[in-house]
Ligand binder design. Sequence first.
Ligand code: URA
Length: 228
Amino acid sequence: MAAPCQTAGEPGRDCPLCPRLTAFRLKSRAREPEWHNAPVPSFGDVSARLMIVGLAPGLKGANRTGRPFTGDYAGDLLYQTLLKFGFAEGVYGAHPNDGLSLIDCRITNAVRCVPPANKPLPEEMRACRPFLENAIAAMPRLAVIVALGRIAHESVLRASGEKLAGFPFGHGREHGLAMAGHAPLRLFDSYHCSRYNTNTRVLTAPMFEAVFAAVRASLDASSRQSSG
Ligand code: URA
């Protein structure tokens, strides 16, 4: 029987596509049998207009809890910012049963399995890209994508079939994308909200919030256009 991850739109629990990530996952399962230790599914409704693309699950964060950015240091800033801009409601409690829900927003990762040292290899990004393509294709109302970091930015461009050279990554940059099956999309870039970037102040909370303020303005403008 074919492995589910090769036939369905989402990777199966035992997705075998990346030998290094599979070996890492098996070690983590043996060490921490209570953890999720599997590809992390996207979070949020497919009818959302906003998709946020992260890099990959953190070992003790999303890989443990099974929800993107949940229990990860990076999730503290991400979820607080989503709450502030009306893309989430409830209280972020760093665990998947905290009752937090996303509003008009869905979160996924460029690579679904936890990579050693948080660094996926190019072939792992390539192997996982069909799942990103499927996640994008599954969102009929998609209007805006936020790429958290250069790797997410490049994965989104490759998934869209666009050439990287025409769309240089930069914090706060906004790009127009044409993707088959979607109305014209806006891609917003942000530095990744990782512990390293925030501790070194490469990314500050106001810089991150500025990106989501621009995203909110873009979505509000397109709502006004379609209602008037
Ligand atoms: N957790 C995720 O799910 N994705 C990231 O990119 C970082 C932490």
